[in-house]
Design a protein around this ligand. Structure first.
Ligand code: SAM
Length: 238
């Protein structure tokens, strides 16, 4: 990496690099042992996503999933009539997702990429879904993330995400954006409140923000009140 900043993109990459230097964490290693007791390792969709679709709050169409990991929500959406483009940077996570989709005879367009390097089709998606990726996005990338969501959504399209509750049981660092850079750490993922999510995604209409419902381990859906589930709508006109 050339240590000279010529552009806004160089600046973003420098900050990515500085944060990464201090971190041992790697998503490919994280997914390499599939038998670990990680709540979202089960192939069960998020309870909020199931609710949006079963209650017909969101109709089947074209969906983009950001940070799909082993694919449980992408597979659920595709099984319910969506055409799904599902993106993750982790080769290991996507290998697992593809095996699962094949086992279930389900078609998903899995894409291995950093979400910020995606060349996406503009105004093409009825739903952008993110379960647990946004809270790992460092603050300097947040504007790029918002632009990506807005660019991807059709007028009238929905954006839904689940993310750590501030200071929650599973994670959700209660630190300022500045503190991320002072300590050079995301502390395993940032925490959010309803107010903060509304502020960040103020260009979209808030439909609902609530805690996820706690689901029993034997349930066929995933849910924990340590995560917020938020649903937004793109109300811009064509
Ligand atoms: C907590 S996991 C959630 C996985 C999946 N959504 C689920 O709930 O089962 C977060 C995922 O986001 C992915 N991720 C984080 N930052 C990313 C980025 N900039 N581009 C692509 N994927 C990213 C990671 O590789 C990881 O698979």
């Amino acid at each position: 990496m050339k240590e000279t900043i010529h552009s806004y993109d160089d600046l973003l990459k420098m900050l990515d690099h500085l944060l990464k230097e201090e971190s041992e964490f790697n998503w490919d290693n994280f997914y390499s042992d599939r038998d670990r007791k990680v709540p979202f390792f089960e192939n069960h969709p998020d309870e909020n996503l199931v609710e949006y679709i079963e209650k017909k709050r969101i109709k089947a169409g074209k969906a983009l999933e950001l940070g799909c990991g082993p694919g449980r929500n992408a597979i659920y959406m595709a099984g319910n009539g969506f055409h799904v483009d599902a993106v993750d940077q982790s080769e290991e996570g996507l290998a697992w997702a593809k095996e699962r989709a094949t086992e279930h005879g389900i078609q998903v367009n899995f894409i291995q990429s950093n979400i910020f390097d995606l060349g996406i089709e503009e105004s093409a998606y009825d739903l952008v879904y993110d379960s647990g990726c946004f809270h790992h996005i460092p603050p300097h990338r947040r504007m790029g993330y918002i632009d990506l969501v807005k660019k991807a959504l059709k007028p009238g399209g929905f954006f839904a995400l689940t993310c750590f509750v501030l200071g929650g049981e599973l994670g959700g660092a209660a630190i300022t954006d500045f503190e991320v850079y002072r300590s050079r750490s995301m502390r395993g993922g940032l925490g959010f409140t309803e107010e903060k999510l509304k502020e960040i995604f103020h260009d979209l209409k808030t439909v609902e923000i609530r805690k996820m419902r706690d689901m029993e381990p034997e349930s066929s859906q995933f849910g924990t009140s340590a995560l917020l589930a938020a649903l937004f709508k793109n109300e811009t006109m064509e």
